[in-house]
Ligand binder design. Structure first.
Ligand code: ZN
Length: 385
């Protein structure tokens, strides 16, 4: 007897039955005969492995539960967060992050990358908490942990060493922030060297301010090529693209292609600056994903841990309304995001891990418009209650 049999699922437009046994998809066909412990009629609803949310800060989520949101400039918000970070404990980080992880699981997220601050103020507390949560929830959601130099690398005499320790503890990758403390090129060099040394990918908050004086994309992409790291680096935000003239923008697109820099867009950044021109970036063919980024903290007092929310936001901001554009947005929170995160076996295929999410929607348009929630989630072959 099969473990799970899903009937009439809409997988990429084809209506199929899906059979699951021992945590693996064992059959996909127009009609599968046989019995199963759990039989579910998907009624032609949209069926995906699960959503992909390419970037967040789980260690700093829900700070508004402790201190109300207040208006201010980016640096002021950063300073407020930094003060709170000094008092973080592993337990406090765990409680806040766990709440959001459970929200994301309910919303159908399967892959989530979080940057986790590492520096002298918070030490490795965030890494410790998130590595434990990654393990605890591994059957329900795949969390990637990036050891992140939010405040810069060279300013406190500790971050350089702590980043290496975080990677030795098991962090999946290293994260940089190109405009932090004006470190610029030196910062980029350090983070790329660390990625090479430990054989991990790198992730940069890139040109986040949107200002012309913060335009390090040309340098980063040049260094990626020099170091043979094509396809191994992700850029988050790239807000300065929105400040370039048309010729400069075309040059930037060439640099992105040459470096095979994947791109993550966090549309909630619109609250303080312009976001990258996503339709143009998609034309480069590099992987492009979407992200929740900050959730209920000083940078974003809203944010739910449901990546469909930012898909809807992007759709309005840059008018992704035509059918092929709606499909592009849907891809950014599914297959495209999986490429950004270098997920190897994303897809509903025979032999793949049985991670299956049936959404309460008959089309991808409904998923975005109605913010459709899962009616069935199977994770590693087991139905999630
Ligand atoms: Zn971020």
């Amino acid at each position: 007897m099969l473990d799970v049999l899903i009937r009439m699922a809409n997988v990429n437009g084809a209506i199929v039955d899906i059979a699951v046994n021992d945590g693996v998809i064992v059959d996909i066909d127009n009609k599968i005969y046989g019995d199963a412990k759990v039989v579910f009629d998907a009624k032609k609803r949209i069926t995906i492995p699960g959503f992909v949310d390419c970037h967040t800060h789980l260690d700093k989520c829900l700070l508004n539960e402790q201190q109300p949101y207040q208006e201010g400039t980016g640096p002021q918000k950063g300073a407020l967060t930094y003060e709170m970070k000094k008092n973080f404990t592993v337990e406090d980080i765990t409680i806040r992050a766990e709440k959001m992880i459970n929200r994301a699981i309910k919303a159908g997220t399967l892959h989530w990358r979080t940057n986790v601050d590492v520096d002298g103020s918070v030490g490795l507390k965030g890494i410790e908490a998130l590595l434990k949560l990654k393990k605890k929830y591994e059957k329900l959601i795949h969390i990637q942990v990036a050891a992140f130099a939010q405040e810069g690398v060279f300013w406190d005499g500790q971050t350089e060493v702590l980043l290496e320790q975080a990677l030795k503890m098991g962090a999946d990758l290293v994260g940089g922030h190109t405009i932090a403390k004006g470190e610029g090129e030196k910062h980029i060099d350090f983070i790329l060297d660390l990625a090479k040394k430990y054989g991990v990918e790198a992730d940069f908050h890139l040109d986040e301010s949107g200002n012309r004086e913060h335009y390090l994309l040309p340098y980063l992409t040049k260094k990626i090529v020099e170091n043979n790291l094509q396809g191994k680096v992700n850029g988050i935000h790239l807000c300065t693209l929105s400040a370039l003239n048309p010729e400069e923008l075309e040059d930037a697109m060439k640099y992105i292609q040459e470096a095979q820099l994947s791109v993550t867009v966090a549309p909630t950044a619109i609250s303080t600056r312009n976001i990258a021109p996503v339709k143009r970036v998609l034309k480069t063919g590099v992987p492009v994903g979407l992200a929740s980024d900050n959730m209920r903290d000083f940078f974003n007092p809203l944010g739910s841990g449901d990546v469909k929310q930012v898909a809807l936001l992007l759709s309005y901001l840059q008018r992704f309304f035509l059918q092929e554009e709606v499909e592009q947005v849907f891809r950014m929170i599914t297959d495209g995001g999986a490429q950004v995160l270098s997920v190897k076996d994303y897809g509903i295929r025979i032999g793949s891990a049985a991670d299956i999410t049936v959404l309460d929607a008959l089309s991808v348009n409904e998923v975005i418009a109605y913010q459709s929630q899962p009616v069935l989630s199977v994770r590693a072959g087991t139905v999630v209650e």
